[in-house]
Design a protein around this ligand. Sequence first.
Ligand code: ADP
Length: 282
Amino acid sequence: MTDRNQNPESCNGACETCGTDCPSRTGGAPDFRIEPHPRSSIRKMIGIVSGKGGVGKSFVTSALASEMQRRGYRTGVLDADITGPSMGKVFGVTEKAMGDGELMYPAFTKTGIQVVTSNMLLQSDDQPIVWRGPVVAGLIKQFYQEVFWDRVDYMFVDMPPGTGDVPLTAFQSFPLDGIIVVTSPQDLVSMVVEKAINMARMMNIRVLGLVENMSWVECSDCGRKMYVFGESHIEEVAAKFGTEVLARIPLDEKNARASDAGDIEDLEVEPLKKAADLIETL
Ligand code: ADP
């Protein structure tokens, strides 16, 4: 692992006589970012974040990855939600981990997205992951450093939810070019979303914008929009943090069906096109 914070080997601790710009001398924020294996290449890395589970973070991750793959980019998905993995399911990937003794190989989805998820390490998908935090955090890093990521243009990271120790490791370790924060109208009132945004800011990671998922349900008879989770406050939160609303996605049975059947790549989620356009400009 490359540690950018390491002082030079000649360090004798006397900062006043040394000109090296290491964090211990400058007092800057320590940099814990890691690098991929020399055989891998990843051009841009985008984290998909949520305050808590169940708001559709995985749905947005997989739908956005599918959109970028459709646009002709080589796309990867790193499922860093180790204890609640869903990338295998939404992409219909069931194969187990394979490697060459040095690196693990990602699975390929039907349209060719490279995917790594903790389910690939389990004998059966219903096996629970009962690992302690440091083991989970270690695996997150291995998924980046010890996997052969083959010329990936856009890598989407399904980040672990919340702001605890494991998400912190993911935030600190990956050289993220930006994050997208997924919320639902009820989640938005919670402070956890704001904490997640603040955490990214503290680490100088750009917040690309917010996605409000499950914003409304449309009546199939009259077309009326019903705001089942209450009124949206997403514009206010976006304004407060100086970021933008990238999408508002309705709660729609076809979204759940495609995810559950492993057919997410067959689904075009129209509201996410603006987010994909922004990602193309990174
Ligand atoms: P998270 O990753 O935040 O825990 P998921 O993406 O797994 O959440 O979504 C939770 C459940 O809700 C899944 O079954 C998913 O298919 C479903 N779901 C997510 N977004 C939508 C939506 N817009 N419409 C319908 N179902 C959705």
